[in-house]
Design a protein around this ligand. Structure first.
Ligand code: IVH
Length: 706
């Protein structure tokens, strides 16, 4: 133990601090190893945390002591990048499904036929709950847990050994004198329902997205690069199968599972050995009725032929064994009344209608909300406020409204008028036309991206991201904190942060996690971005369909923000010259053009752009450094090109500073005509535009780039 711990950090001399720091680093690393690698911690979590806090306090006062290998800088138990892949020694198979009892009878009949058994010969089956989690493979060598993997695609999974070591149900060492030298134990990792709800509360409280169901929560928790996070998550394991084994300790499935239990593995207590099919089906009925009261999700019963010699003979069809089948449960449904319909606005602006229901129990969970997906769904199912509806909980927490019970519709039931304005920010909410189908999109979206508080954190994060304003030190966490503190509500506020800070009651340097240096660094990073290239500015605005490539195209074609804004205003009616010009840019179609016009038509968005321009200078587009005679020229490709693809041609042209348009106009400088060129070629002739063959064009670009 470190004796110096009693001296307050403020009073430590530099030498004493360095000595204690070195001690702490060694000590914490050793504890990490015991915890993650050996899974044999020797101190409590609280004691560990105290050591870690002390380390952080010392490093905060003596930043010089922070080295790359300090535990404060490394993520204990983490794999460097992603997970290592592990090929399973024996493939991890899936199961065939049966839904009706009839299909289960067929399953057994097939087995009898295959084995040549008559009706009289009993076929003992094991009936096991089908756990709704994720399959895992654990390798035990000489009784020690040495490697854990996810199922992956059945052949190759991910190495999650460190994470699995944190699961209490998994013994590090198997006990007993009949444990094979080497055995792959298989089973299901899952999360209990109560633990899942608690985790989701914590997730939401921390501003993170909740998990949809316990299965996703278990998978998400297991596949953490930082095993420390997995360690904090309540995961469990049931063993129910095996892969390669140097010896199999029994002649039946039930016999092997009994040995698993004796070795210290957890097996499911509800599994039953059944002397015939009727007994197995009875287990299904019992479990289905108990389902809601279990504290973990199951979605069916797995029947397995108990005799292993028969399993061996039965073998596999494609990816499932002939000796097992999953008899699924019916999805859980219930009837209730729609009290009201609310709209939720998602982080990307989608308006999702939610039915507020008279609370009803479905599959053991009290449900008072159900999603109606979108406007189209409400229309299609004709759901009205006051209707009686059937809802279904299909493993997911958010149940769905399946259908209206038409007989029970009261005459007072009123149709729902879907709002055309965002309920959060009052901007217009629109349904776009999908150009491929010519039909309206199912979802309605809020157009107030930059001012809509439902979307604002996401938008701000995008605004400062690497390819946009690229403000260092301003990540999602910081944005969220600034937003919650009321310091940053719109992008403009970012550029007013430093000024605000001068008058703030608690300046940034005094916030938790900040200091003099980091605050100053952030303000400097923001200052450095007061000049921004047009294409980055456009991309940062987060206009729908305007990614980096489109932003660049716009910058290239319009040159300046003033020019672009003028044209977009002029194109508002979606007709006329300005619209045609926009639509004609190769790579920008009706959808993108429409999104741009909608964006600028929204007064809130215009205000944000105007306010931003008071804080930052948007630099005009500068064509790439080239003396090319092609720079600034507009080129149209038409007909079939033989020696390059369209996109290749376009990329090359743009690299030389040319603009590529989709149709011939007064502004066209060259038309490059491949074979079978049609109307564009004719139009070019009429307009007297220079026409080049593909070869001539290639010569021109070669001489330019060479
Ligand atoms: S046996 C060769 N038993 O269901 C058979 N699987 O649909 C291997 N599962 O990937 C699986 N409970 O994740 C088996 N008692 C149980 C199960 C079970 C849940 C899952 C498992 C498997 C999937 C197949």
């Amino acid at each position: 133990m470190t004796a110096a711990k009693t001296t307050p950090v403020e009073r430590l001399s530099a030498a004493a601090a360095a000595a204690e720091h070195a001690h702490l680093v060694a000590e914490i690393n050793a504890h990490n190893r015991r915890y993650y690698v050996e899974a044999r911690p020797v101190i409590s979590d609280a004691a560990f945390d105290a050591l870690f806090q002390r380390l952080l306090a010392i490093e905060a006062r003596f930043p010089d002591l922070v080295t790359k290998d300090s535990p404060s800088q490394t993520v204990a138990g983490a794999v460097a990048a992603g997970f290592r892949k592990i090929a399973h020694r024996q493939a991890m198979l899936s199961l065939d499904n049966a839904f009706a009892e009839e299909e289960v009878r067929d399953f057994l009949a097939r087995i009898r036929r295959f084995l040549g058994l008559d009706e009289e010969t009993p076929v003992v089956l094991v009936a096991e709950p089908k756990i709704d989690g994720l399959a895992a493979n654990l390798l035990y060598r000489k009784g020690r847990f040495v490697q854990g993997a996810t199922r992956g695609d059945g052949q190759v999974g991910e190495d999650v050994t460190a994470n699995m070591r944190t699961i209490a149900d998994l013994p590090q060492v198997l006990k007993g004198d009949d444990v094979p030298d080497e055995i792959e134990i298989r089973g299901e990792i899952y999360m209990r329902r109560d633990e899942f709800f608690r985790l989701n509360e914590a997730q939401t409280a921390a501003g993170r997205a909740p998990f949809a169901n316990p299965r996703n929560a278990a998978a998400g928790s297991l596949r953490q690069l930082d095993a420390k996070i997995t360690a904090g998550r309540p995961l469990h394991f049931f063993a129910y199968a095996w892969g390669e084994a140097s010896a199999v300790p029994a002649k039946t499935h039930s016999g092997v599972v009994a040995r698993f239990r004796a070795w210290g593995l957890v097996t499911n207590p509800l599994s039953r050995t059944c002397s015939d099919l009727e007994a197995a089906l009875a287990v299904h009925r019992t479990l289905e009725s108990m389902r809601a009261d279990l504290d973990y999700d199951i979605d069916g019963v797995v029947y397995k032929v108990d005799r292993l010699d028969w399993q061996e003979r039965l073998g596999f069809v494609s990816r499932s064994p002939r000796w097992a089948i999953a008899h699924k449960f019916k999805a859980e449904e219930a009837e209730t009344e729609v009290l009201d319909i609310d709209i939720q606005v998602g982080r990307t602006g989608t308006l999702t209608p939610v039915a507020r229901l008279k609370p009803v129990t479905v599959g053991g969970v009290v449900v008072s909300n159900a999603t109606l997906h979108n406007e189209e769904e409400i229309e299609r199912k004709d759901v009205r406020i006051g209707d009686t509806v059937v809802i279904r909980r299909a493993g997911d927490v958010i149940p769905q409204v399946l259908r209206v019970v038409a007989d029970k519709r009261r005459c007072g039931a009123r149709a729902y008028a879907f709002p055309k304005l965002c309920p959060v920010c009052a901007s217009h909410a629109v349904r776009e036309i999908n150009p491929k189908t010519g039909k309206q999109e199912a979802a309605r979206r809020c157009t107030g991206g930059l001012i809509c508080s439902a979307q604002v954190v996401e938008r701000l994060r995008h605004f400062v991201s690497r390819d946009a304003f690229d403000i260092e030190g301003l990540g999602e966490k910081q944005i969220q904190a600034f937003f919650e503190a009321g310091a940053v509500k719109t992008p403009v506020d970012i550029f007013r942060l430093a000024e605000r800070d001068r008058h703030a009651e608690t300046p940034l340097r005094e916030w938790e996690g900040w200091g003099e240096v980091s605050a100053a660094k952030l303000f400097a990073a923001i200052e450095a971005r007061r000049r921004v290239p047009l294409e980055r500015f456009l991309y940062a605005l987060g206009i729908r369909h305007v990614g980096q490539a489109t932003a660049r195209l716009l910058a290239m074609n319009y040159g300046s923000l003033d020019n672009l804004l003028g044209s977009l205003n002029a194109a508002a009616a979606r007709e006329g010259e300005a619209w045609a010009e926009l639509d004609a840019i190769e790579g920008i179609g009706e959808v993108v053009a429409g999104a741009l016009v909608d964006f600028i038509a929204e007064p809130h968005n215009r205000e944000v752009v105007a306010a931003l321009r008071e804080e930052v200078t948007v630099e005009d587009f500068v064509a790439p450094e080239t003396t090319s005679a092609l720079s600034g020229k507009t080129v149209v490709f038409t007909g079939t090109l033989e020696r390059m693809t369209r996109s290749e041609a376009k990329t090359r042209a743009e690299a030389l500073g040319a603009k590529v348009a989709g149709s011939v106009s007064k502004k066209t400088d060259y038309v490059v005509a491949g074979s079978d060129a049609g109307s564009k070629l004719a139009k070019a002739r009429d307009a007297g535009v220079a026409i080049l063959s593909e070869d001539e064009w290639l010569d021109l670009t070669r001489s330019e780039s060479g």
